[in-house]
Ligand binder design. Sequence first.
Ligand code: FE2
Length: 284
Amino acid sequence: MIRNIQTIIPGIATSDGAGVKLRRSLGGQNQVRLDPFLMLDEFSSNDPNDYVAGFPAHPHRGFETVTYMLEGHMLHEDHLGNQGHLKTGGVQWMTAGRGIIHSEMPQQESGAMRGFQLWINLPAKEKMKAAGYKDIQVEDIPTVQLENNGSVKVIAGSYQQGEKEVQGPIQGISTTPLFLDVHLPPNAEFEHRIPKELNAFLYVYEGDLEVGGPMREIPRQAAVVLGDGDRLKTKSGSAGAHFIVLAALPLHEPIVQYGPFVMNTRAEIEQAIDDYQNNRLVIA
Ligand code: FE2
């Protein structure tokens, strides 16, 4: 059964960190989310004034952050002493767990800075696990060439091409996330299985795309939530399309969010604030 469009969540212009301009779809207005996805930001600018101040040191607790750089160079530093250079095409997968304090600062004073930051919730039993961090360089992310001259980057989960299963570098996460970046030439089709247990959405960042059966055109720069089914069916327009596909198992647990802390109860949020104020958020 082909998945059709369920909801469209437009990316709304906002800013975060030290004034970095971005578009927030999931996690934006009314905190609309798609379990277990909490937030999706797209940052895209050729004007250094929009990004140069970056994201100075700030905490997180209770979930994972995934940064995918389409273009540009950022330096991540955290309290564990990790240093990571996020460069064009690379991914950073950070598990905040019980707590991490990090900064993400642009390493360029001109040119384009473009990419995504996605927040994925952790199940209650993993919210207080030790923080972890993984830097994945562009050469470690498999790219599958399609017969129609398109391509698929497999960041998390796997892509099935005929008999062959291509696995992305991110595996072993309990919500079994799928994260693909698909590039299609003009008027090309792309289909893929997305198991029916997973919640799924698409985000078109370039070009035009139609989705579903029957096909419906979807807007660019919006999180397009897909309904029931087990198959994604898309077709690009005359300019081709670049889009990301995200899917993961829902947690069905209560969510209480206070800025960069995402827990299950108010008491746990109060604990997080208290821990942060008294230097107990992180374990060095
Ligand atoms: Fe952060």
